[in-house]
Design a protein around this ligand. Sequence first.
Ligand code: BES
Ligand code: ZN
Length: 502
Amino acid sequence: MVCWLAPEQTAGKEKPFVYTQGQAVLNRAFFPCFDTPAVKCTYSALIQVPDGFTAVMSADTWERRGPHGFFFRMSHPIPSYLVALAIGDLASAEVGPRSRVWAEPCLVEAARQEYDGVIEEFLAAGEKLFGPYVWGRYDVLFMPPSFPFGGMENPCLTFVTPCLLAGDRSLADVIIHEISHSWFGNLVTNANWSEFWLNEGFTMYAQRRISSRLFGAAYTCLEAATGRALLRQHMDATGEEHPLNKLRVKIEPGVDPDDTYNETPYEKGFCFVSYLAHLVGDQDQFDRFLQAYVQEFKFQSILADDLLEFYLEYFPELKQRKVDAIPGFEFDRWLNTPGWPPYLPDLSPGDALMKPAEELAQLWAAPELDMPAIEAVAIGSWKTYQLVYFLDKVLQKSPLPPGNVKKLGELYPKVSGARNAELRLRWGQIVLRNDLQEDFGKVKDFLQSQGKQKYTLPLYRAMMGGSEAARALAKETFAATSAQLHSNVVHYVQQILAPEGS
Ligand code: BES
Ligand code: ZN
């Protein structure tokens, strides 16, 4: 789909912006194509732009053609959903030997500082684990605030939300995730959207392998625990037996695959890949298998059956032991039965970070606050994801006894006044669950500042599930922001505000 933004919808507010989003089946509205991930081809494009505009695409060759022309070619075969174009008032800065950041001029310096030097570390770690990075360059385009995703893995040029510009590199896991798609998704691709977990489950696994190498097991397990909490929330909200809670989703004719989007392919997929690694028992051997898997299926589109057959051929002793049929853990059950994952990887290496956060949340949930005990915990040194984990625990225990959340916000301005989007989301959820009306303005401000779907929808659900004042806040916020939001997000918010049949 081609998204046309007026100047007010950009960061600079002076010039219009246009971008395309292909995944899942939106590129049929951009150019004629076989709009299925089963088909891959190369492409080239000649783009003419007005004075003062720059075009960028998901291509490995970029050439100027005269004062207004840009020529692009992608020389590797890719599925239609990975063709992407953006045109705007764009500038760039080098951040590594094969990487630049692209953004509106007012954001370029912040983008450069956030990622200078580190993207190459991520790429190098990925290459060590999964084999050569075949796409040539890896650039990152910072999108206008209404971009509905954290990141989109368009080859050679990942598109990301400007929320990643946190100032402290704390949200780099999104970049590592999109880099991981360079092998899982962009080289080896799900043949249809029912097998979306092949893209996202393997990518979550690859992301956490890179993260373990670079940041250690403790931090990575903490981040994975946050992911597991999202899966828990999702399954609680839908019921574990919901058909969307299978890895292989049945998508009926006429159903938009985007409408089936949820945490299951990501986090249950991560658990299944972790289970396959657990069966092997040796991390190095499993890493070598992942390399072999990429080599075997690169530039192809596959089904889960292709993966599993290759896995059993690669590990003949596992095949002989019939590991695909262990009662309770059958591969068929993993793929075709809804519900909580039968196997969860051990996240206890993260305990040193998680336990203090859990204990602190427990202190805040007490009817009589033990302030000396609370003040003895120095959260000043906590990293963003440790705070996120703490806030998720506070949210789970909410509503807290009257007055506690107000005090919490006062004691931790770092949390209640955060500029970091992951913290603002959690604080907003806590504010709504506890009906802390004096902070409702922060929820509105946050929703006005960006339009990421995974931040927007949970907050509208929380508002509509809250007090009358919270529902009024939802209506007021939507009236103020709907013109800026992505049309899909508008549609999903409308469903939350006025559910069918009401
Ligand atoms: N490919 C997805 C984004 C996507 C999925 C767009 C389905 C359209 C339809 C991307 O790689 C992704 O998963 N992004 C996450 C990042 C997170 C898991 C680190 C996001 O946007 O939140
Ligand atoms: Zn992804």
